[in-house]
Design a protein around this ligand. Sequence first.
Ligand code: AKG
Ligand code: FE2
Length: 537
Amino acid sequence: MISYTLLLLVTIFFGLISVNVGYIGRKNYVTSAEEKMNLLEKDKELIILLNSYAVELQDKINQLQKIANEFRASLEEAKGREVEYLSNPLNSLSLLRQMHEDWEPVEKLIRQPVGQGQIASIEKLRNDLPLQDDLDEATHALIRIVHSYDLEPKDVARGLVDGVQYSGNLSASDCYTLAKSSFMAGRYQIATKWLRLAKNLFNNMPRKYNEVIGLTNIKINLLLARSLIANGSLSTAREILIKDTMFGEAGNRLAQHFYENPPHPTLNLETWESEGVFDGLCRSVSRRQTNESKITRLHCRYNTTTSPFLKLAPFRMEELSLDPYIVLYHNVLNDDDMERLVRMSEPFLERTTVFRVDNRIEQLAPSRTADGAWIPRKDAKPEDRQLFRRIRQRVGDITGLNVHGDRDIQFMKYGFGGHFEPHNDYFDSKTSYVETVGDRIATVLFYLNTVEHGGATAFSKINLAVPTQKGSALFWHNLHGESYDYDERTFHGACPLISGTKLVMTRWIHELDQMFLLPTMLPPRSRNFSKIFSNKT
Ligand SMILES: O=C(O)CCC(=O)C(=O)O
Ligand SMILES: [Fe+2]
């Protein structure tokens, strides 16, 4: 009992505060450019091995063919005049000798294994290739992009993503994989679209290639029929199955069977309640070149007032919303600062997880897909600490709030499809962390790079989308200024990233640090928490 309570407390504390514990050692092929490069290198290596195996095999084939031709030559000579041929003592000896002596080495040659070295190397390399989880992550990321940006599979398959033409296209197997996951998630309409594409692409591929890879027309037709039926198109599904030579008339019964046994979604890709609004906001500022005109700016001015320092070095600020107050400060960090932050975080990046209220464990969740690291580390170099002191000072200057210690600072890196489902940054729960420092009164989100496509921060309850801008910091209060009640309008999330990576650093500012600055500290301390546990970061 004691140990369970202890374990629970430890889990809750570390669970809520440092969410990015698990999945140590697993590579992240989605966020890490380095891992993707490694993968490309391995792909090259494997192709070289396959080619060298094929050359070795071809050598052996050539050798065997030469021997066969040689043997055949004597037979050709004897053809039609066998008696005469064999009456010649030279030919008789030759035949006897060959039959007695030559077949054994030939058999030996046939049995000799080919390309063992290459096979062993391929096997070794394969141990280090992406696993099903990795593929799932990439598949779900692409499904998320298609869903959030309302894209058509046929466009995506030929590289046209949200108005941008990328090089490259999807294969029949890629489309089939996307269809399978969509089907498992209960998204039958989109699964149908992926399968129709898979079918077309499949028919354009060499048959032999498809046979080896394992994708078959039957597989595609079966899933297509099931998706169509789940989507209400029983007759079309029936037609497809009957047309398939494998089923013929039995297709009727099969379609009926699928109809009577509808699929149950087994994959949770989680979509949020305000999905429509949030996705719409994400779409409105998805591309960098169109961002400038889309974002609503109320005021753009220099902040020279919150602290005496700003009189000397004012920050250009854009007030994006007055109530709740949300402001974007420009050029808060310089290139050196940002490079240092990236450098010190990279080695410690791990997948961000969320703490689940229901089973109280840290787990990967489709609602949050990024890598994260809590910084600064305990053993950070003095010059790194110095940078955090400067940042702390700057945050204090621009926000006018007390910023104590270097705690609750998270570096995050998103890869393609990486997103953070809308949430509020406050915990609204009674945890030992909240007891110690209070709730997160405000948030400062630093953009450490400019994303070309996707990845904006969107506030769905106030219709605001903010594209990333390198060096800028987005600031907002999570609690109402007067009452200190939670401000639900600060509900926000990170739109799925479409290309490249997105780097941010979040600095949360705490209630209890404002103790001597804000006299009305009592209400939040006495509030009834609506949740005992939370699934926040
Ligand atoms: O990455 C973003 O745009 C938002 C991040 C965020 O909401 C958070 O870290 O709490
Ligand atoms: Fe947040």
